[in-house]
Design a protein around this ligand. Structure first.
Ligand SMILES: [Fe+2]
Ligand SMILES: [Fe+2]
Length: 272
């Protein structure tokens, strides 16, 4: 796709605004811009809907890549070479991880912002803030990995919401305000059906007293892709302070069941 450089820079607020962004934020902004352009082009084509791939077409792409699709974004940027990471401080906090390893974290911040604006519980706002950050480490089964990463530090309902939002994203619930996302036709294929463990999990969740906890994460997830949204972690620091049990030794150093996961996120360049 051809990019009009001047229009792109203007959409970000001009050259000064672009100069203040780090390379990852710029790459992210470019991706969003291209998505918007693509949508505009589709609209210009007489409203013809985007043609989504099939499962077989997606599978055929596997051997065109030099990295597996499930590698976390700290390991495979998907946009050329990875960049050198700043070292983590001693006694690293959740905020340090957000600033140094999860940045720009735009998607989860937008999701948590929406949850806050719509008056959801603090457990859900925290779940929205944390629900996808494990994608920096690994992508398949990210609900389960993410819940495990946070479980020692957050309320049980927050862990439950993180673990199962991945399952509920495959199942629409229009009454709750959640439709099956186009994004899933794009990344899984139009004829995709969830594997048996996801279907079994959905059956369990349907009758669970906490069904709405992960459901509300999916409701906020759907609307969390606005390229123009200005978000930051600061409005959530009070909720993090109240509900996130920050270990005094620092995340990764407290010998919790998920400490090794935090260390791996801190040091993804370690060879062993
Ligand atoms: Fe997710
Ligand atoms: Fe998400």
């Amino acid at each position: 796709m051809e990019i009009d450089r001047r229009a792109f820079i203007a959409s970000l607020g001009g050259t000064a605004a672009v100069a203040a962004m780090d390379s990852e934020a710029k790459a992210d902004a470019l991706e969003h811009y291209m998505e918007e352009q693509l949508n505009d082009q589709v609209a210009q084509q007489g409203g013809q809907p985007e043609k989504f791939p099939t499962v077989a077409e997606i599978e055929a792409q596997i051997e065109t890549r030099n990295v597996r699709r499930g590698a976390g974004s700290l390991f495979a940027s998907g946009r050329g070479n990875v960049k050198k990471l700043q070292p983590m401080p001693k006694n690293a906090t959740l905020l340090d991880f957000f600033k140094l390893r999860f940045d720009p974290a735009n998607h989860v911040l937008q999701s948590a912002t929406r949850a806050m604006k719509t008056g959801m519980s603090e457990e859900i706002i925290l779940a929205c803030l944390c629900h996808d950050v494990v994608l920096n480490l690994i992508k398949p089964d990210h609900g389960w990995w993410g819940a495990q990463l946070f479980e020692p530090y957050v309320p049980e309902k927050t862990t439950f919401a993180i673990r199962y939002h991945q399952t509920l994203r495959f199942y629409p619930d229009p009454e709750a305000g959640y439709e099956y996302p186009d994004q899933y036709y794009r990344i899984f294929g139009t004829d995709y059906t969830p594997p048996p463990h996801i279907e079994a999990t959905y059956k369990m969740l349907k009758n669970h007293k906490w069904y709405m906890e992960p459901r509300l994460v999916t409701v906020n997830d759907l609307y969390a892709f606005d390229p123009n949204a200005k978000v930051s972690i600061e409005p959530f620091m009070d909720i993090v302070g109240r509900h996130f049990k920050q270990p005094k030794e620092g995340l990764g150093m407290d010998n919790s069941p998920s400490a090794h996961m935090w260390r791996t996120i801190a040091n993804p360049d370690s060879p062993l």
